[in-house]
Write a protein that binds this ligand. Structure first.
Ligand code: SAM
Length: 274
C-alpha cells in the first residue's frame, strides 16, 4: 500500500513530500556526505528527519530549512536533537546563504557551507540555480533528485541528456552521480526513480563569463531548438561567419558544444549584444 501517512504525518503533495525510510539507502547517503564534526552543514527539506538524525548525530550543530510549518515545529521539539538543530522555517529558494555564511564567520574559520537534502522534485532545478549563485561559499552539495535530472546534470556533450541544465551545472560545479534509489525507498513511493548527486563548486571557474545572463540566453536559445543547426537556432545572435570565427561549426547542434564553447559565445555576446 502506498500510504500517505508516515510517522504520524500525512505527506503533502504540494511540498513534494516523499519521506525516505530505507535504512540502507539512508546510511549510504550519509556515508557519501561524510559529515565531520567541525564542518557547517545545512539541510534543505529535513521533513521527518530521515537524513537529519544520522547527520546530526555525527556533528555538533545542524541548520535545517523547512517550509512546512508542521514539520518545522516537529523538528523544534525533536526528542533528542532539538539542542543541536537550528530550524529555519522558510522557502529555501528565497534563503540568503551568503547571510548565513557571514553570520557564522565561516570565512574567518576557513570553512564553507556543506548543503544536502532530499529535495522536493517540483522545485529541484530552480533551487539548484538559486544555490549556484552562492557557489563561492559552498564546499559541496549532495542532493536526492529524480534520476532523469541527475542524468542531465552529469551528461557530457554529444548525448541526448546533455542540455542547458548540464551546461549550467558544469559551469559552476564538478558533478558526479553517487547512488540510484528505487521508489520503494520512500513513503509514499514516488512514480519515478531517484538518484543522489554530488556537486562540488569549482574553486576557480574554468570558463568564466562576463555576464551570466548571456550564458543563460545562448544556452536556452540553442537547446530550445536542439534539432536545428546552430546557424539557424542562433541566427538572431550570431552570423554563421561569426560562429566560425569563434571556433564553432555552424552546422553543429546545441548538444555538440562544450561548456567552454558556450562560455566563449556568451562572452562575445556580452561585448556585442544583439
Ligand atoms: N528529508 C526528508 C526525507 O528524506 O525523508 C524529506 C524529503 S521530502 C522529498 C522534501 C522536503 O522538503 C519536505 O519536508 C518538504 O516539506 C520540504 N520542502 C518543500 N519545499 C520546500 C522549500 N521550498 N523550502 C524548504 N523545504 C521545502
Amino acid at each position: 500500500m502506498n500510504s500517505k501517512k508516515h510517522l504520524g504525518h500525512t505527506a503533502r503533495k504540494r511540498f513534494g513530500q516523499n519521506f525516505l525510510h530505507d535504512t540502507q539507502v539512508i546510511e549510504s547517503i550519509v556515508a557519501a556526505i561524510y559529515p565531520q564534526r567541525d564542518q557547517f552543514l545545512i539541510e534543505i527539506g529535513p521533513g521527518l528527519g530521515a537524513l537529519t538524525e544520522p547527520v546530526a548525530e555525527q556533528i555538533d550543530h545542524l541548520t535545517v530549512i523547512e517550509l512546512d510549518r508542521d514539520l518545522a515545529e516537529r523538528l523544534r521539539h525533536h526528542p533528542f536533537l532539538h539542542q543541536k538543530l537550528r530550524v529555519i522555517e522558510q522557502d529555501a529558494m528565497q534563503f540568503d546563504f551568503a547571510a548565513l555564511y557571514q553570520e557564522q564567520n565561516l570565512a574567518q574559520k576557513g570553512q564553507k557551507l556543506r548543503v544536502f537534502g532530499n529535495l522536493p522534485y517540483n522545485i529541484s532545478t530552480p533551487l539548484m540555480f538559486h544555490l549556484f549563485q552562492f557557489h563561492q561559499l559552498i564546499q559541496d552539495m549532495h542532493f536526492m533528485l529524480q534520476k532523469e535530472v541527475v542524468k542531465r546534470l552529469c551528461a557530457a556533450p554529444n548525448s541526448k541528456a546533455y542540455g542547458r541544465l548540464s551546461v549550467m551545472a558544469q559551469y559552476f560545479c564538478r558533478v558526479m552521480p553517487v547512488l540510484e534509489v528505487p521508489p520503494s525507498a520512500f513513503k509514499p513511493a514516488p512514480k519515478v526513480d531517484s538518484a543522489v548527486v554530488r556537486l562540488i563548486p569549482h574553486a576557480k571557474l574554468p570558463y568564466p563569463v562576463k555576464d551570466l545572463y548571456w550564458l543563460n540566453r545562448v544556452c536556452s536559445q540553442a537547446f530550445n531548438q536542439r534539432r536545428k543547426t546552430l546557424r539557424n537556432a542562433l541566427s538572431s545572435l550570431f552570423s554563421a561567419d561569426c560562429l566560425s570565427a569563434l571556433g564553432i561549426d555552424a552546422n553543429a547542434r546545441a548538444e555538440n558544444l562544450s561548456v567552454a564553447d558556450y562560455s566563449r559565445l556568451a562572452n562575445w555576446l556580452a561585448d556585442n549584444p544583439p
